[in-house]
Design a protein around this ligand. Structure first.
Ligand code: UTP
Length: 308
């Protein structure tokens, strides 16, 4: 290699778990995975595949559960729809339909039972092989104006370590997340993770740093997951496997990149509505109409409150 060639990352594959039951969003998720709920005009999981592709991960494995066909159809071509749009000469819509099938090399794998996020990741072993890989949760959106995955991959490559994404949350919300015990490094955006606990109470939480849905993992995680007993909720927890690494069970340390950008948990109803509003007001075609309406509506709401 010459000095002028870009250094290729050791990470080439993305795994997107999308096999959860989505109980927080029932009944919308009775017959449809929560990852297929639209944010403005695209299903949440399409944003996640786009994020993987733009970080250079063109091999994407989606772990699916029941209702898997919704997801596989979305990333497949639809000849009859494309033909109809072609006949109408509607190039714009044709491009939109084709976009999702051309984003990446998408593979699908069924998780037989929803035995937890750790179990979903373990299902990817054969596809991933003996390589580092990224995990992106299919209902967790990182705004593409605030890139995170590139930074995580760069830290993985530079430190030869497992890298997770962390975000500061208010103390009263920490019980909703995995939480990290950390030590500072000389980089204010990077911490060394010394322990992890899944959904602790505010009193038990070692910090206000919550684990969010991006991980760059080394293949050693698979052996740890295979030996893991079910944890919280009777599920195989990825957090428990990462905790073992953080405590020194594997070959390398665990680092956390502290994310300070925009993120939406689209599996949560309130966050899903906020994501639609926030991305809606910035949308090329819809932004102006939605912004005007929101300003108007906010005034009505304020008036309603002061009357009440
Ligand atoms: P969640 O913790 O959001 O769980 O999963 P859930 O079951 O999907 O949702 P609720 O709490 O019942 O509403 C985090 C991520 O892990 C995936 C989910 O699809 C989501 O992307 N997951 C979870 C799996 O792929 N398999 C599982 O067995 C569990």
């Amino acid at each position: 290699m010459t000095d002028t060639q870009p250094v290729r990352s050791s990470v080439a594959k993305a795994v997107i778990p999308a096999a959860g039951l989505g109980t927080r969003f029932l009944p919308a998720t009775k017959a449809m995975p929560k990852e297929m709920l639209p944010i403005v005009d695209k299903p949440a999981i399409q944003y996640v595949v786009e994020e993987a592709a733009s970080a250079g991960l063109s091999d994407v494995l989606i772990i699916t559960g029941r209702n898997k066909s919704n997801i596989s159809n979305h990333f497949d071509s639809v000849p009859e729809l494309e033909y109809a749009l072609e006949r109408k000469g509607d190039e714009g819509k044709l491009a939109k339909v084709r976009e999702s099938s051309n984003l990446a090399e998408v593979h699908l794998l069924r998780q037989g039972k929803p035995a937890g996020l750790g179990h979903a990741v373990a299902c990817a072993r054969r596809h991933v092989g003996d390589e580092s890989f990224a995990v992106l949760l299919g209902d967790d959106l990182i705004d593409d104006r605030d890139p995170l995955l590139d930074r995580m991959i760069a830290e993985h490559d530079a430190r030869g370590a497992t890298v997770i994404a962390l975000m500061e949350v208010p103390q009263e919300s920490i019980h909703l997340y995995g939480c990290a015990a950390v030590e500072p490094t000389d980089d204010p955006d990077v911490v060394r993770v010394t322990g992890l606990v899944e959904k602790p109470s505010a009193e038990e939480a070692p910090s206000n740093l919550a684990v969010i849905g991006r991980y760059v993992l080394r293949p050693e995680i698979f052996d740890i997951l295979d030996d893991l007993e079910p944890g919280r909720g009777g599920e195989i927890q990825l957090t428990d496997a990462l905790n073992q690494l953080a405590e020194g069970k594997g070959d390398g340390p665990v680092y956390g990149v502290v994310f300070r950008g925009r993120r939406y948990d689209t599996g949560d109803r309130a966050d899903w509505i906020k994501a639609n509003v926030l991305l809606g007001v910035d949308h090329d075609e819809l932004g102006e109409e939605i912004s005007d309406w929101i300003i108007d509506f906010a005034e009505q709401l304020r008036a309603r409150r002061s009357d009440g």
